[in-house]
Design a protein around this ligand. Structure first.
Ligand code: C5P
Length: 268
């Protein structure tokens, strides 16, 4: 629900330029079928249904005409289902070529945002089933004054630090436990991650010169903003926002679609 505060002019960046090797389909993950549609189509529908974006900018694998056509078909689906009397205007759908890393894909999309954009939500296409209320929580937190805000859920497993074993120890087990993280302070972090646009641009400019090792260590956008020393807030995410990465995740996502989500997105 809207907290009543005026919302910033917001763009949603969907990063969909990954190879999706871990899913084992031999095609970019965004193209992999989930129910009767591609993962990216589900992600686009979720973003559009949330109604928070003036612009949706999708980073695609360079030269992927299948995904370009999928985005064009989605733009048509949006237009066909849009009523000019609706409260939210039709979002502008833009596509850009993604980069070699997730961060490079985000940078490419940031360069294509419309003038006047005040806030940006960066969302993984792989989190195709993220509920609308998560988008609203993030945007409402930005409206309330957050500069950076991420959806997060408590960690259910106990998490330990380990190091590889060496010498004689390596015949006992491959790793040695070096510590246990305090679980009540840990969160699993999801997307969409929301930022004031100027802050995210600054964070990504600072990261543009990272060497290969540093670049590989960047797994989300909030990390880069943390490096600037800017506070990052967290709102409650959803277990439904799972990141479809492995074949097991795809089975879970299919199961979710057959349940209440199927009624909302497939029939609704
Ligand atoms: O690889 P990982 O699962 O962390 O990717 C998260 C998201 O970032 C996915 O939606 C993927 O398509 C996207 N990505 C991207 N460009 C890359 C690598 C990943 O847009 N070069």
């Amino acid at each position: 629900m809207n907290n009543g505060l005026p919302r910033p002019v917001t763009a949603v960046v969907i990063v969909a330029a990954g190879s999706g090797e871990r899913l084992g389909y031999g095609m970019p993950k965004a193209r992999v079928p989930l129910g009767s549609d591609a993962i990216l189509t589900h992600a686009l529908r979720g973003v559009a249904a949330a109604g928070v974006a003036r612009q949706i900018c999708v980073a695609l694998p360079p030269g992927d005409t299948v995904l370009q056509e999928l985005c064009a078909a989605f733009a048509e689906e949006l237009r066909a289902g849009h009523d000019d009397n609706q409260e939210n205007p039709l979002p502008v759908l833009t596509t850009v070529d993604g980069g070699a890393t997730r961060a490079a894909s985000v940078r490419s999309a940031l360069a294509a945002l419309l003038d006047g954009t005040e806030a940006v939500l960066v969302h993984d296409a792989a989190r195709a089933l993220t509920p609308e209320y998560v988008f609203h929580r993030v945007v409402d937190s930005l409206a309330a004054g957050a500069v950076a805000v991420i959806p997060a859920v408590p960690v259910v497993d106990t998490v330990k630090m380990v190091t590889p074993t060496t010498g004689d120890d390596s015949s006992i087990a491959p790793e040695l436990v070096t510590g246990t993280a305090p679980r009540e302070e840990l969160r699993s972090v999801q997307t969409p991650q929301g930022f004031r646009l100027s802050t995210l641009i600054q964070a990504h400019q600072a990261a543009a010169d990272f060497d290969e090792k540093q670049a590989a260590a960047v797994t989300d956008d909030a990390m880069l903003v943390e490096l600037l020393g800017v506070p990052v807030h967290a709102v409650h995410g959803s277990t439904q926002s799972l990141k479809i990465t492995t074949p097991l995740d795809l089975i879970i996502a299919e199961g979710l679609l057959e349940g209440p989500l199927g009624i909302r997105w497939v029939e609704g």
